[in-house]
Structure formats: C-alpha cells, structure tokens
Design a protein. Structure first.
Length: 133
C-alpha cells in the first residue's frame, strides 16, 4: 500500500475483522510536512474501506494529534504510547492511530525500555487474539 522513506505498510487478513492494513510511519521534523503526509495517508487508507493501524514516531505530540483528529478525521482513534526525552523535557510522540472494527478490540500499549538514547518505543498487543486468528 505504501513504501517510501517515511512509511512502510503490510496488509493482513484477520478471521473476523477482514483485511487490516498496518503502517509504520515516521514524522518529519517540520510538523506541517508531517501533517500533510499524514493527511494524504489517512485519506488513502480511509478510501480502502479496510481497518487500519498506523504505528508512528510522529515527531509531534499525541495531544496535538488528538486536537487535530476530531476536525479532520473524527472516526480515527488514538492510542497513546511512548515518550521522547530531550533537554527540553519529555513528550509523547510515539503512538498509534486506529480505524474500523479493530478499534473495538481489547489492546494494551506498552512503553519499552531500550538502549536508545532519546526514545522509548511502543508495543501494541491485541489481548484477545490467538494464533488461529
């Protein structure tokens, strides 16, 4: 669906949810560039009619996204995740966006401790899924 220097996707089939598109997204340092890329991507994903999940280092905070989404894409849900640590403080720039029936699935989002200097990556687990789904 998408393969470029700032995003990569896979598409998979779930037994009860149907097709799910999963996108790994990397935001630009310029928030306007990131919002333009995200807007274009969301429109393309919504036009498929499939469930989707965007996992991203958006390079702007989940709070900024939560203010932008209701006006621009009200059916998309945000799942908060990891943090960026800088000299200026801590911000939540690593998180997930969901759309479709996948939103009703019980999930847990964890922040992982790693050796990365500034980031704490996020992990999404679908609690009720088994190997047969």
């Amino acid at each position: 669906f998408v393969s470029c220097h700032w995003a990569m996707s896979i598409q998979t089939e779930h037994a009860s949810l149907g097709q799910i598109i999963v996108v790994s997204f990397y935001g630009h340092q310029d928030a306007n560039v990131t919002l333009k890329r995200l807007e274009d991507l969301l429109v393309r994903l919504e036009n498929t009619g499939f469930c989707f999940i965007i996992a991203g280092d958006f390079n702007f905070t989940s709070e900024q996204t939560s203010q932008w989404l209701p006006t621009n894409h009200p059916r998309i849900q945000l799942g908060k995740g990891g943090f960026l640590f800088t000299a200026k403080g801590v911000s939540a720039i690593d998180y997930f966006l969901f759309r479709g029936p996948v939103c009703a699935t019980q999930t847990s989002i964890q922040t992982l401790d790693t050796g990365l200097a500034t980031h704490r990556p996020v992990k999404l687990v679908f609690e009720s899924w088994t190997n047969t789904e």
